[in-house]
Design a protein. Structure first.
Length: 684
């Protein structure tokens, strides 16, 4: 488990980064006298190769933060007042929580709603003991859609699962298209391989509405309008067909529905594509030429571009591009959005979550992306019971869920009983009835998969839990006991859970000894077809361009009032709302910002550095304006996700987003949002 470090009093513990990032880095955690003194990337792990992002390299600062929650807290103020809490014992907290949940469950357990996401990506501290608890209770289920379900559904419809290229082989590509990804900020280890390819002569092209730090380092940046990625993919297909840059043999042998897709693509000449995308016909033509005439060519797609109405179809269309050119024939060709599907045959999800505890019941499903509306619903035949209790863990919905004014109003309900498992007093914890202190990654055992590479990793606890903090698994064990659940599964240890998490092909002893284990995935997985669809062929049928809900083309009346499209990508030193309270990282970010192109600023009389009100019919958000070349004309970039309480007027960018869902995967459309700006009066 541990090995000696530079002095007899030091040990080095094997760990894994738990955060929602494709890299899933292997960590080396140095502990001296029971305290973490250093966190490094594991040099022997193939994709981590010793390097960590700025955020995770400072993870100890987060664990030892002065504001860390270390004792259970009980609310003593109204939810519409400034939050006030008092410390309470674990025994008292669990007894009261259990009594409240038992009373609700006696009426209808579906009125109890879990809410969680990827605050940790671990198999144990995510949905193992928690899922058992909610299954046994018969609580409502949660459709976890808030980040990636549109793209995931699209890959499943096209390839049969969330599958893609191997990360290291991007270094051998001759053309890399980085599509909807600020890799330097959010996928650092991919960028290492991309840089290797660049130094070897490869061309790098970035497609993104924002001129990101990654775009700065690429040979070309194509700044399309948000939500037009599917149109660009069809425009590229038009040119591939027109110039016969197609692998006809691959299409015939390994793709269904090509004739129908070909007919659609021929309706998208460069001029039409350019008009919809807000770029030039020459950009469409040159990109198609590069892609159609260069082998091996690789696409690194990321999830930002699928957070619009047509996000699922856009991913489908882009995912079909390597099938048209035969790029999949090469190990350095193809596409990667997510590799998580490669783990499916090895994961024992049912053993961890035990769906048999439902005893055949099928509780209602609530979409986490519409929690604002759903918390305000009354009981109805179509919806089911009113939500009476909410158990939140691994998430901060008051900050991250769309249309946050409604989310706040729902959480402020006096008749809603809310329990939050947390490390800090987040915006969501501020509105809880009980806040229970959870351990960080340095304090508990877990095992991890990835969606950017194909290694399983282990995270050993480096230190004992601080204060009275407990792992999520232990909190749900003790809550199950307080509820009177006597099944033996609620007594299983974290180590037993870890041993159950995977099939026998993942040897737990070897995993513990090395810290990671690679899956046996072919180098060029689809060189001979073999997609994970029922017939082994990629599926092109039905894929088409779907326009945004909010754009000049789809809603010209709305666009007259709110003529600027807004995207809200994460600030470089935050990860969603995690790390916002780490002072060294917040000092780098400075304050909430909206990036504005000089032309849009001039049209509104905005000065660089002015405080502005960003607004639409859903609300307003006050922040600092930065006139920046990172914004293209007609688009503003509201960098997020800041905690609401750190905003000038107690809001963040999600005050402006809406709860309408994507075309596939029932995901949120965060980047499908029209706004306008105005300078804030000095005395506001």
């Amino acid at each position: 488990m541990q090995s000696l470090a530079s002095s007899p009093s030091q040990t080095v513990v094997k760990g894994a980064c738990p955060h929602d990032c494709p890299d899933t880095c292997a960590l080396k955690v140095t502990v001296e006298d029971g305290r973490v003194i250093k966190i490094q990337g594991a040099a022997d792990h193939p994709s981590t190769h010793g390097a960590l992002c700025t955020k995770v390299s400072r993870y100890a600062e987060r664990t030892y933060h002065a504001e860390r929650l270390l004792t259970p807290l009980k609310r003593v103020s109204a939810k519409t007042e400034a939050p006030r809490f008092e410390p309470v014992s674990w025994a008292a907290a669990l007894a009261d929580i259990a009594a409240r949940l038992q009373a609700i469950a006696a009426r209808d357990p579906q009125a109890i709603q879990p809410y969680s996401y990827a605050g940790t990506m671990g198999q144990l501290q995510g949905e193992s003991m928690a899922a058992r608890f909610f299954n046994r209770l018969g609580a409502a289920r949660l459709d976890r859609t808030i980040c990636a379900s549109a793209g995931g559904a699209a890959l499943a419809a096209t390839y049969g699962h969330k599958l893609g290229m191997h990360l290291p082989y991007f270094a051998e590509s001759k053309l890399l298209i980085i599509w909807g990804s600020n890799s330097i900020a959010s996928n650092l280890h991919f960028w290492t391989y991309a840089n290797q390819a660049k130094r070897a002569g490869a061309k790098l092209i970035c497609i993104d509405p924002r001129k990101t730090e990654t775009a700065d380092k690429c040979h070309q940046h194509i700044a399309l309008m948000p939500g037009t990625d599917g149109a660009l993919a069809l425009g590229l297909m038009h040119e591939l067909i027109a110039h016969d840059w197609l692998d006809h043999a691959y299409l015939q042998a390994h793709v269904d529905g090509w004739d129908a897709l070909r007919a659609k693509a021929l309706q998208w000449p460069p001029e039409r594509t350019a008009e919809v995308c807000g770029i030039t016909p020459e950009e469409v033509q040159s990109l198609a030429r590069d892609y159609g005439t260069t082998q091996p060519a690789a696409i690194r797609l990321n999830y930002g571009m699928q957070r619009v109405h047509g996000g699922g179809n856009a991913v489908r269309l882009i995912a079909l591009l390597p099938c048209l050119t035969g790029a999949w024939r090469h190990r350095a060709g193809g596409l990667l959005l997510s590799s998580s599907g490669w783990f499916a045959p090895y994961k024992n999800t049912a053993a961890l979550e035990m769906p048999e505890l439902l005893n055949g019941a099928t509780p209602r499903m609530v979409n986490m992306s519409t929690i604002g509306d759903d918390l305000l619903r009354e009981a109805s035949a179509g919806f089911g019971p009113k939500i009476e209790a909410l158990i939140v863990y691994n998430s901060n919905p008051v900050a991250v869920a769309p249309e946050s004014a409604k989310v706040v109003k729902g959480f402020q309900r006096a008749d809603l009983f809310t329990v939050v498992l947390e490390h800090f007093m987040t915006d969501t914890a501020d509105l809880a009835d009980y806040v229970l202190p959870a351990t960080t990654q340095l304090e508990h055992l877990d095992v991890h998969t990835s969606y950017g590479h194909t290694d399983v990793l282990i995270n050993e606890p480096a230190i004992a839990p601080l204060g009275e903090a407990k792992p999520n698994t232990q909190i749900f064990r003790e809550l199950a006991a307080a509820m009177g659940f006597g099944e033996p599964c609620f007594s299983e240890s974290d180590e037993l859970l870890a041993r159950q998490a995977f099939t026998a092909e993942i040897d737990f002893a070897a995993l513990r000894a090395q810290g990671w284990q690679s899956l046996p995935v072919p180098e060029a997985p689809f060189a001979q077809g073999g997609f994970h669809t029922p017939n082994g062929r990629a599926q092109a049928g039905g894929a088409d361009y779907v326009a945004n809900y909010e754009s000049r083309a789809s809603n010209p009346v709305l666009a007259e009032r709110y003529p600027l499209a807004m995207i809200s990508p994460p600030a470089r030193n935050f990860l969603n709302s995690s790390f916002v309270n780490v002072k060294s990282l917040r000092d780098i970010e400075g304050e909430p910002l909206v990036e504005v192109h000089a032309d849009d600023a001039a049209a509104r009389g905005l000065a660089d550095g002015a405080m502005v009100r960003v607004f639409n019919d859903r609300g307003s958000y006050v922040c600092r304006a930065r006139i920046s070349k990172r914004a293209r004309p007609g688009v503003v970039n509201g960098l997020g996700v800041w905690w609401r309480k750190l905003g000038v007027q107690g809001t963040n960018v999600n005050e402006l987003t809406h709860q309408r869902l994507t075309d596939m995967g029932a995901a949120p459309s965060f980047y499908d949002c029209l706004v306008d700006l105005q300078t804030l009066p000095v005395d506001a």
